[in-house]
Ligand binder design. Structure first.
Ligand code: SAH
Length: 379
């Protein structure tokens, strides 16, 4: 197998380095704890609810527009509950404007990216859950830079609220366009289950109806993971019917140890068992992500072994999403030949495993899967 990168491999890190915390935001606080916020601010509880209605219900974050709050106190109340968290640095359009990548600067100068993808009938936002990533997968650009820090729940929610705001503004200005974000995938920078509490809190804020959340259907939310087995089980017990995507990339431990370093802790059989349990608990079909890398993991026998491993755990619980590898700088790896990809897919389908090749959006703006690598420079 070719060497993965020309630079030394980053180490797998699970713990987030200790950093200053982002300012607390309304979206960080569970609705049941809003009374405490009101008390802290010295205002009646319904004031916090009013701000929540603006933020989640109307996508309004400008205190001046919150005319149902007392004029003299508007800035103070809304300012304390909705501190600015994300500043846009660059906005890039690809795929003829159908894909938009935004690079954001966070309060401490850390940078993250989110990618909006328009499809007929739906809009998917790909969000980051961490600045950087500690999982060190050698084919992923984000993995090469290591983990900078976990995002707060509100920093995740704000990526979605901000996209929702632009779509709503576009819709009201032009009378056309989708008007809303229908799907959210945790497939940007970071490993969401390594930032478990904030990611789950963010999912709750996304799916609960206003004034508690943005009211996006849980069925439209996908959490992608390298397979942190205990966290997969925990997520299954949250009562949130989100889709789980498992980044498998190899059906055998020898190769997966190389491609997904966390495999040294949780083996292929364990991550597949956990995925099957996730399906049982939630009724949501699990997606198996498989980046097809030329001559590395795209062999016909690996397609057969993958099918065998999945079917050994039953049918109807899983589907496979092969993703043509997006080559990243410094890596010698590239996407499989089209004929090899087609054969890989054919074998899975023939064995009875539903398989759909993932369309790769945003290649032209480095916004495709695994290409997110925001430069961490001050400013
Ligand atoms: N930490 C999460 C989210 C990562 S990004 C996870 O690992 O699942 C979402 C998907 O893109 C993952 O399946 C990831 O393995 C895949 N990916 C990463 N780099 C890629 C690349 N260069 N080409 C194609 N897919 C890639």
């Amino acid at each position: 197998m070719p060497a993965p990168t020309t630079t030394p491999r980053p180490a797998l890190t699970l713990a987030s380095p200790r950093r200053a915390k982002p300012p607390r935001h309304l979206a960080d606080v569970a609705p049941a704890e809003r009374a405490g916020l009101a008390a802290e601010l010295g205002v009646p509880g319904f004031r916090v609810k009013q701000v929540a209605q603006h933020y989640f219900g109307r996508l309004q974050a400008d205190p001046a527009a919150m005319t149902d709050l007392p004029a003299a106190d508007r800035e103070r109340i809304a300012g304390a509950l909705l501190p600015p968290l994300l500043t846009p640095v660059t906005v890039l359009e690809g795929d003829g404007g159908e894909t938009v990548k935004t690079l954001w600067r966070l309060f401490d100068g850390a940078r993250i990216e989110s990618v909006l993808m328009r499809y007929p009938g739906r809009v998917t936002l790909c969000v980051s859950s961490q600045a950087g990533c500690g999982m060190a997968c050698p084919f992923c650009a984000t993995g090469q830079g290591g983990l900078k820090r976990n995002l707060s729940a509100a920093e995740i929610v704000e990526q979605v609220a901000s996209a929702a705001r632009s779509l709503a503004a576009e819709h009201s200005a032009t009378g056309t366009g989708p008007g809303r974000v229908s799907n959210v995938v945790f497939m940007g920078m970071g490993e969401a289950l390594a930032n478990y509490r904030a990611s789950v809190a963010a999912v709750r804020r996304l799916v609960e109806p206003a004034p508690d959340g943005l009211g996006i259907s849980a069925r439209g939310v996908t959490v992608s993971t390298v397979g942190l087995v205990p966290r997969v089980d925990e997520l299954a017990a949250e009562g949130l019917p989100v889709t789980l995507a498992l980044s498998l990339h190899a059906p055998d431990d020898a190769l997966r140890d190389e491609l997904v370093p966390l495999n040294s802790r949780y083996r292929v059989a364990e991550v597949l068992d956990a995925s099957r349990r996730y399906f049982e608990a939630t009724g949501r079909r699990v997606s198996i992500e498989y980046a097809l890398i030329r001559d590395v993991n795209d062999h016909a026998w690996r397609a057969d072994l993958l099918a065998e491993q999945l079917l050994a755990r039953g049918s109807g619980w899983v589907h496979v999403n092969p993703i043509p590898l997006n080559p990243t700088p410094g890596s010698r790896w590239t996407a499989s030949e089209p004929a090899v990809e087609a054969e890989f897919v054919r074998r899975l389908r023939e064995a009875g495993v539903p398989t759909t090749v993932r369309d790769t959006r945003g290649r032209d703006i480095d916004g495709a899967c695994g290409q997110l690598a925001a430069l961490d420079v001050a400013g």
